[in-house]
Design a protein. Structure first.
Lengths: 231, 80
């Protein structure tokens, strides 16, 4: 299986994503610059965190029009696995690959700490190694992670089981609607989340609960391709 | 021709920055401030004299990039 980590000017979690793929599942992974116009070689695309284009205008707004994003849209249509983390989530919403928007945290603070996430949907290609309702320990680091969507969109997200992660209990750090921390598209092959699973892949980092997102993706890919399942 | 573009947060979307500024104004004694909403102002110099065309194209710029219509409204004026 082959992963791409997209790199925009201002991305800063690209190395973490690259290393997480190497260290958790040992699959091939390449950095792909934002000007690339061909992603056909890749099975999964990671859109990493950071401050693409300095967060000018709106977080993720300009990155969503980078040349590589046409290819990310095509890959999404082809059913490839796409995971946007933090600024990557903001970029995927700006690119209309995911509904809603990420706005300023209600407390106005940049929040950088561990969070408890509830796995709301373990039926996705990104979460199949978690139990339904499991509480996992994954860090956040964002100033604009307050997920907003209108009531009609929220009803649709619920009806289609598109809410993937919620901040557990009363720990909502940013004011997100219904404690939403991560969502998928209707088809389930595109997921965006504010917390950083790539920063939680070893106890030395404080948690290894993010590891199973990567093993989940590999399992989903192997199931699709009739290969042995990674235990 | 010049376009002046105003991007504002939709009324039903919380503006925590605006609330913080309102709090400061209250602290300063401006108790009459009921609400503050913070937006963006952009000036675009356009290399065209065709007003209708400029209007149509600035609208597309706003819809696609300058505003996120999930959470923001926009309006613009053309000058010159």
């Amino acid at each position: 299986m082959k992963f791409a980590v997209i790199v925009f000017p201002g991305s800063n979690c690209d190395i973490d994503c690259y290393k997480a793929v190497e260290d958790t599942i040992g699959q091939e992974v390449d950095y792909v610059w934002h000007t690339a116009t061909d992603l056909s070689a890749y099975d999964a695309i990671l859109v990493p965190g950071g401050f693409s284009y300095g967060d000018y205008l709106r977080c993720g707004a300009m990155a969503s029009y980078a040349p590589v994003m046409n290819e990310v849209v095509k890959a999404a249509e082809q059913g490839k696995f796409i995971l946007g983390i933090c600024n990557g989530f903001q970029i995927l919403t700006e690119a209309n690959l995911l509904p809603g928007a990420l706005i300023r945290n209600t407390g106005l603070k940049f929040r950088c700490h561990q969070t408890s996430l509830e796995v709301v949907n373990n039926g996705t290609a990104f979460t199949n190694q978690y139990s339904q309702g499991e509480i996992i320990d994954i860090p956040i680091a964002h100033g604009e992670g307050n997920y907003y969507c209108d009531d009609a969109t929220l009803a649709e997200l619920k009806a289609n089981n598109q809410i993937v992660f919620r901040y557990a209990g009363d720990t909502n750090p940013n004011g997100s609607v219904e404690n939403i921390a991560g969502i998928s598209n209707k088809k389930g092959n595109v997921v965006g989340m504010m917390p950083h699973p790539e920063r939680a892949v070893d106890q030395i980092l404080g948690s290894e609960d993010g590891k199973r997102m990567f093993t989940s993706i590999l399992n989903a890919w192997r199931e699709q391709h009739g290969a042995a399942i990674n235990g | 021709m010049k376009a002046k573009v105003y991007v504002t947060i939709k009324q039903n979307v919380l503006d925590p920055q605006g609330q913080a500024v309102q709090g400061s104004l209250h602290t300063m004694g401006f108790a009459e401030v009921d609400k503050v909403r913070i937006g963006k102002y952009l000036e675009l110099e356009l290399d065209t004299n065709d007003r209708a065309e400029a209007e149509a194209r600035v609208k597309v710029m706003c819809e696609k990039l300058l505003a996120n219509t999930v959470v923001e409204d926009y309006r613009f004026e053309l000058e010159g």
